[in-house]
Design a protein around this ligand. Structure first.
Ligand code: PLP
Length: 380
């Protein structure tokens, strides 16, 4: 049975070209980038090359990119590192209710240390209200952290507008762009983004490597003690092969972004149309904004079938999808993102996330829709 992978927001398959670039740094060029002999210098050079590829992709300077181990670490470093370094200026953070746990749990941890956090509500499409954001800003607000695109419903937040509001109020703006990088064009200068988190495995790079962009003049502390790697901001021997893969992956993603995303977007729309045709509009609804949305994301509530049953059936038919975010797919609780946009518990437990990617084909989409239709018809 062929595997049909429709869970690209959980992770992506590494590209062959990316793996090819990485292999020498796992085999013959295994030097520690901190070593002063040629073998080490070769690793250091490879890291700096990747830093340049990443900086170029988001229009930052090379020295504004810090490598980490994943998106979660980047989020932790951004929020904690910034708040610890700037607590004399204030203790108030603004974020949203639908952020990834890497942000929400970091904020909760900071609340225990005396920071104050405002969690903005979102509307039924998952969008924050910029007027509400303006209203909750205080004299003590030092940081706004709003994700670029949501991992469950795919909604794209008004990042440029948020960046403008932050700048006008002299507040630092962080965005978790883990789902966006590789799918959307990001320009940190144009969008007034001060800090940005990303993770290679979401854009056909390897797992175990992420990066944090921090604008040159922003002060932040290291949160992990150790050596002086990453200009003293992130201790630990660098994952050279992973970093090399991340650079190559972001370069490839940006190179073909418009055509790839157009193809994926058309596939998503075809999937929705086919669902309407095969099972009928009245049997499901699409969650999130229909326009301001990641091209490959379809978050769909199927009435009268719970997501666990649907996912198990799909799995038996060789189809990978998810019931919420990857991190919560094993969790018994209904998704907090879905309840934040107004779904009741039953609806939230009947919701599946399909996220399409570069390798999906129209015939795969047809097969997935046929399987969904079969599962639904054979239940009711
Ligand atoms: N932020 C968002 C929006 C995500 O979707 C994810 C992962 O799904 C993360 C952060 C965490 O990234 P990582 O898996 O690299 O730790």
């Amino acid at each position: 049975m062929n595997l049909i992978y429709c869970d690209h927001s959980a992770t992506t398959k590494i590209k062959r070209e990316v793996l090819k670039e990485m292999l020498p740094y796992l085999e013959e060029s295994y030097g520690n980038a901190s070593s002063i002999y040629d073998l080490g210098l070769k690793s250091k050079k490879a890291i700096e090359n990747s830093r340049e590829q990443i900086a170029k992709a988001i229009n930052s300077q090379n020295k504004e990119i810090y490598f980490t181990s994943c998106g979660s670490e980047s989020d932790n470093l951004a929020i904690k590192g910034f708040c610890y370094a700037n607590k004399k200026k204030g203790n108030h953070i603004i974020t949203s209710r639908i952020e990834h746990p890497a942000i929400l749990n970091t904020c909760k941890a900071l609340e225990k240390e005396g920071f104050e956090v405002t969690y903005l509500n979102v509307d039924e499409k998952g969008l924050i209200d910029c007027n509400e954001l303006k209203k909750v800003i205080k004299k003590t607000t030092i940081l706004i952290s709003i994700m670029t695109a949501n991992n469950e419903i795919g909604t794209i937040e008004p990042i440029e507008e948020i960046g403008k509001i932050a700048k006008e109020n002299n507040i630092t703006f962080h965005t978790d762009a883990v789902q966006a990088i590789g799918n959307l064009k990001i320009d940190v200068k144009k969008m007034n983004i001060d800090m940005l988190s990303m993770s290679a495995h979401k854009f056909y790079g390897p797992k175990g490597v992420g990066a944090l962009y921090v604008k040159e003049e922003i002060e932040f502390n290291r949160v992990q003690e150790g050596g002086h790697q990453e200009r003293n901001k992130r201790a630990g021997t660098e994952n050279v092969a992973g970093i090399v893969g991340m650079g190559k992956a972001i370069e490839l993603a940006n190179l073909n972004m418009v055509e790839n995303q157009e193809k994926i977007y058309l596939m998503r729309e075809y999937f929705i149309k086919q669902l309407e045709k095969e099972i009928g509009k009245e049997r499901f609804r699409i969650n999130g904004d229909r326009i301001k949305r990641l091209p490959g994301n379809v978050n769909v509530t199927f009435y009268n079938i719970n997501s666990k049953d649907m996912l198990n059936n799909l799995n038996q038919m060789g189809i990978c999808a998810s019931g919420g975010s990857a991190c919560s797919s094993m969790c018994e609780m209904p998704s907090y993102v879905l309840t934040a946009i107004g779904l009741n518990e039953k609806e939230a437990r009947s919701t599946i996330r399909f996220t399409f990617g570069e390798d999906n084909t129209i015939s795969e989409i047809q097969y997935v829709v046929k399987c969904i239709s079969y599962i639904i018809k054979n239940r009711s």
